[in-house]
Design a protein around this ligand. Structure first.
Ligand code: CA
Ligand code: CA
Length: 382
C-alpha cells in the first residue's frame, strides 16, 4: 500500500529504456568473471539472473534541516521502489519495485556492499506483490496475487476520488532463499498483507479482511495460532512490533460519523480504501492497552519504533494535509515531542532503522531521474 506517493507513474518503453540503461552501468561496474545481464522481458514465472547495481553516495541530496542524516546513499535509481526493509544482519534490504520489464510491483532483494548491491528477484514475477519482510535470516515473506492470476490486477477505480486497493487476492507467501522453495502462509479469502515480524522471529503481525473489516492480526511464524487484535470499525493496518516484541504500532482510520462509516464500508466491499485520514496508534501485542499516538490532520502512516522503543518514526503530510509532500517525523509514544526529520519537498516515507540502529532506510522522490520516480535511500543516523 504505497499508493500515497504515486502521483505519476513511469511505464512502458521509457521505464524499460531507463532500467536497461542502469543495468548497463551495473554490468560495467561489475567485476570480471561474475555473470550479470541486463534485464530482458522474462517469460511468466521465469526469474531474471541476479545483477549488480551501484550504490551511490548522495550527501548532496541531504536537505537543509535534515540534521539526523550524517550521510546518504542511494540504493535504487529508476521506477517505483518502496517499503525497503532490513535483513536481521543489516546487510540486505528487501523491497517492492515496479522496475525493469515488470508491469507492476515485484519483490527484489538488494544484498548491500560498500558501493554496489547484488539484486535478485524474490517473488514469482507474476501477479502483483507488496509488503515483503524477512521472516528468518534466510526466508522472506511477502504478499502476492499470483495464485489468482499471473496478470497484474486492474488499478483501482478512482472515479470517486483517490483510493488505495486492498486486493482481495493477496495472500502471504514465504520464499526460502537457500532452496528457492515458495510456501504459502495464509489461505483465507480476502486481503492478507502488510506482514512484519518480531525481532525474535517468533511472531508475525499482519492486516487482513478475513472477518469483514480491515484489522490487525498476529500469528506464529508458521502461520498457526492466528489472533485478531483490533476490532474497531475502520482501517487498522501497517503494523510493526517494538524491538522487545511487547508492543505493536500501527496506522488507523476509524470513521465516527455515519456518512463516513457508510463510505468506508462501501469502498471496503470493493476492496478499496480512502487513505486521506490516518493516525498512529500503539497497543500491547495481545491487543490490549490501545492508545492513539498522533492526532494530526491528513495522513500519518508507516510508523516504526526507534531502536530504544521509546518513539516512533513515521511519514505524514500533516503540514499540508491535501498535498503530496510527505515528510518523516519522530514522536514520543504519548504524542508529545513531534520532531521533523526530513524537509525534502516531495515524498519521504517507509522509514526503518537497521537492526543496529546506525542506519535508516527510507523511500523518497528526492533526486529522481524522472518525475515521480521513488527510490530507496539509506541514511547514516546521528
Ligand atoms: Ca478495523
Ligand atoms: Ca518530503
Amino acid at each position: 500500500m504505497k499508493g500515497l506517493m504515486r502521483s505519476r507513474r513511469m511505464r512502458g518503453a521509457a521505464a524499460l529504456a531507463l532500467a536497461t540503461g542502469l543495468a548497463g552501468v551495473a554490468l560495467f561496474l561489475g567485476p570480471a568473471g561474475i555473470p550479470a545481464a541486463p534485464p530482458e522481458k522474462p517469460a511468466p514465472g521465469q526469474k531474471l539472473p541476479p545483477i549488480f547495481m551501484p550504490i551511490v553516495a548522495q550527501d548532496s541530496l541531504i536537505r537543509p534541516g535534515e540534521t539526523h542524516f550524517a550521510s546518504l546513499r542511494q540504493i535504487t535509481f529508476a521506477g517505483e521502489n518502496a517499503e525497503a526493509y532490513w535483513s536481521p544482519d543489516g546487510k540486505s534490504l528487501v523491497m517492492q519495485s515496479t522496475r525493469d520489464s515488470y508491469p507492476c510491483d515485484q519483490i527484489f532483494l538488494h544484498e548491500l556492499e560498500a558501493q554496489r548491491s547484488l539484486v535478485s528477484l524474490v517473488s514469482t514475477g507474476t501477479g502483483r506483490t507488496t509488503c515483503s519482510y524477512y521472516l528468518t535470516p534466510t526466508t522472506i515473506l511477502f504478499s502476492s496475487t499470483h495464485l489468482a492470476s499471473s496478470q497484474c490486477p486492474p488499478p483501482p477505480d478512482r472515479a470517486k476520488g483517490y483510493v488505495w486497493a486492498a486486493y482481495g487476492e493477496y495472500d502471504i507467501f514465504v520464499r526460502d532463499l537457500k532452496t528457492g522453495k515458495l510456501s504459502q502462509l495464509t489461505d483465507s479469502p480476502g486481503y492478507d498483507a502488510e506482514a512484519t515480524v518480531s525481532t525474535d522471529g517468533k511472531s508475525i503481525v499482519f492486516t487482513s479482511t478475513r472477518d469483514g473489516d480491515l484489522d490487525v492480526y498476529t500469528m506464529e511464524a508458521d502461520g498457526k495460532n492466528v489472533k485478531r487484535v483490533t476490532s474497531e470499525l475502520g482501517y487498522d493496518g501497517g503494523p510493526f512490533f517494538s524491538p522487545d516484541g511487547q508492543w505493536i504500532c500501527y496506522r488507523a482510520y476509524h470513521p465516527t460519523e455515519e456518512a463516513a462509516a457508510a463510505d468506508y464500508k462501501e469502498l471496503l466491499s470493493r476492496f478499496l480504501l480512502r487513505p486521506g485520514q490516518l493516525n498512529l496508534w500503539v497497543m500491547k501485542s495481545d491487543g490490549s492497552g490501545k492508545r492513539q499516538v498522533t492526532d494530526l490532520p491528513g495522513a500519518s502512516f508507516a510508523p516504526y519504533f526507534t531502536p530504544d522503543g521509546k518513539r516512533l518514526i513515521f511519514s505524514s503530510n500533516h503540514e499540508d494535509p491535501r498535498g503530496r509532500n510527505f515528510n518523516l517525523y519522530l514522536v514520543n509514544l504519548d504524542g508529545t515531542g513531534l520532531e521533523t526529520v526530513t524537509t525534502e519537498v516531495t515524498f519521504d516515507g517507509f522509514p526503518m532503522f537497521s537492526p543496529d540502529g546506525r542506519y535508516l532506510a527510507f523511500s523518497s522522490n528526492r533526486g529522481a531521474a524522472k518525475p515521480g520516480d521513488t527510490n530507496v535511500f539509506v541514511a547514516e543516523w546521528k
